[in-house]
Design a protein around this ligand. Structure first.
Ligand SMILES: [Zn+2]
Length: 252
């Protein structure tokens, strides 16, 4: 169900073990061929499909379109909450729900730059409420929940999420084809190894002049539908685990 549709008494009457999902995305450059709202559009579609499956079992907050996108600020149109501001913003939102008695808070993430601050936020929230045993704070990034979509669609070239890539472009082609520019003009940009397995600090111009990373010219709407099905099924499975959590154990 949508928080935005409910009155305050309706929210107050909900069982406090109802999982609360805060969808977090971004508004940032997505190469020459995709709109800056790409991450928010894609996560919005994953959330829309998940809601259809979960009905009133889960409370969805409105999608937060402002993300941590400082690494894209060299490109026009990008809007970003700096990392420390973003930490406080997410923690504050979660605290609002905790203060209202909710116990199961899930950040459902649709932007790579939110991953590190999102992990830090759930970690810090747990420390802040260390006297409690009944709280669950999760960060779940929709493309990292186990799906291996290339196994069921061998036409997929990529094996991981890129940026404005085969995967993201395919999904925008599925839901908003009028927003997709000329993908044939977008050259492949390899993800590269970047000193793996070390974690390297980077800004997007270190990796890509046009702004995308991956193989956008391979995108199709059919691949997009396949990806949406895989990712929304994963999101539903994760939220079903949250619904089934016993309320205090480590196992989920
Ligand atoms: Zn993206």
């Amino acid at each position: 169900m949508d928080l935005a549709d409910l009155s305050w008494p309706a929210v107050a009457a909900l069982p406090r073990d109802t999982p609360v999902v805060i969808p977090i995305a971004a508004l940032e450059q997505h190469g020459h061929h995709l709109p800056v709202f790409t991450d928010s559009l894609l996560l919005g579609e994953v959330v829309r499909r998940a809601k259809e499956s979960l009905g009133d079992q889960v409370l969805f907050a409105p999608l937060l379109w402002l993300g941590n996108s400082d690494h894209h600020l060299d490109f026009g149109g990008t809007l970003s909450a700096p990392p420390r501001t973003y930490l406080d913003l997410l923690a504050g939102l979660a605290e609002n729900f905790v203060q209202q008695g909710f116990r199961r808070i899930v950040f459902l993430n649709g932007h790579g730059g939110n991953d590190v601050p999102g992990r830090q936020v759930v970690f810090e929230l747990r420390q802040r409420h260390r006297q409690r045993r009944d709280l669950l704070f999760l960060l779940a990034t929709y493309w990292n929940l186990g799906a291996k979509p290339w196994e069921s669609d061998p036409t997929l070239h990529q094996r991981e999420m890129g940026h404005a890539c085969e995967w993201e472009t395919s999904m925008i082609l599925r839901i908003a084809p009028r927003l997709v520019g000329d993908t044939r003009a977008a050259p492949p940009v390899e993800p590269g190894n970047a000193f793996l397995p070390a974690a390297r600090g980077w800004i997007t111009p270190d990796r890509s002049a046009p702004g995308h990373i991956g193989w956008p010219h391979l995108a199709t709407a059919e691949k997009g539908e396949h990806l949406f099905r895989a990712f929304s099924a994963d999101a539903v499975s994760m939220l079903e685990r949250v619904i089934c959590w016993d309320g205090n154990s480590w196992e989920g």
